[in-house]
Design a protein around this ligand. Structure first.
Ligand SMILES: [Zn+2]
Length: 151
C-alpha cells in the first residue's frame, strides 16, 4: 500500500506544520472531494462503472485530509504539542532531567525535550520525528545529545 503510506507521510508532515498544515489539508480535502464528485457525475452519465472504484478511494482521502485539517485547525498541531510533559525545556531543565532520568531515555533535539522511555520509543510524540529523537543509553550518547543541543 505505497499510496496509503505516502498519504500518511503527507499527513504527518502537515501535522508538524500546525494550523497552516490544517489549512493545506482542508484545501487538499476539497480538491479530492471535488475530483470524486466530478468523476462520479461525469462517469455516471456515460454509463461507465470504473468511477465506482475510484470515487470511494478519492472520498476516503478527502475524508482523511478533511478530518486532519479540522483537527489541526482546532488543536493547532495535536494534543501532544499541548501536553505539558512534552513542552520545550530550558537548558538547565534538560541537563537536570538528563542526570535524573533512568536510561534508556530519548531526547528530541528539535523540540529540546527529554522523553521518558515509556512515552517515546525512537519517535518524538511532539513533532513525530524519528531522526531528531536520539536514544540515550550510555555516557557517549548523552555527550552526543549535549553537543547536538549546544549544551
Ligand atoms: Zn520533537
Amino acid at each position: 500500500m505505497a499510496r496509503a503510506r505516502t498519504a500518511e507521510q503527507i499527513l504527518a508532515l502537515l501535522g508538524r506544520a500546525g494550523r497552516a498544515g490544517g489549512v493545506v489539508a482542508l484545501a487538499v480535502a476539497a480538491l479530492f472531494g471535488w475530483t470524486a464528485w466530478s468523476l462520479f457525475d461525469q462517469r455516471l452519465t456515460e454509463g461507465d462503472r470504473s468511477w465506482f472504484f475510484v470515487a470511494p478511494l478519492t472520498l476516503t482521502l478527502a475524508g482523511a485530509f478533511g478530518l486532519t485539517g479540522l483537527y489541526l485547525l482546532v488543536t493547532g498541531g495535536g494534543v501532544f504539542r499541548a501536553d505539558p510533559r512534552f513542552a520545550p525545556m530550558t537548558d538547565a531543565v534538560i541537563l537536570e532531567r538528563m542526570a535524573s532520568q533512568p536510561r534508556p531515555y530519548f531526547v528530541c533535539v528539535d523540540c529540546r525535550v527529554v522523553l521518558a522511555f515509556e512515552v517515546s520509543v525512537g519517535r518524538c510524540p511532539r513533532c513525530n520525528s524519528a531522526s531528531a529523537c536520539l536514544e540515550v543509553n550510555t555516557d557517549a550518547d548523552a555527550a552526543t545529545v549535549r553537543s547536538a543541543l549546544g549544551l
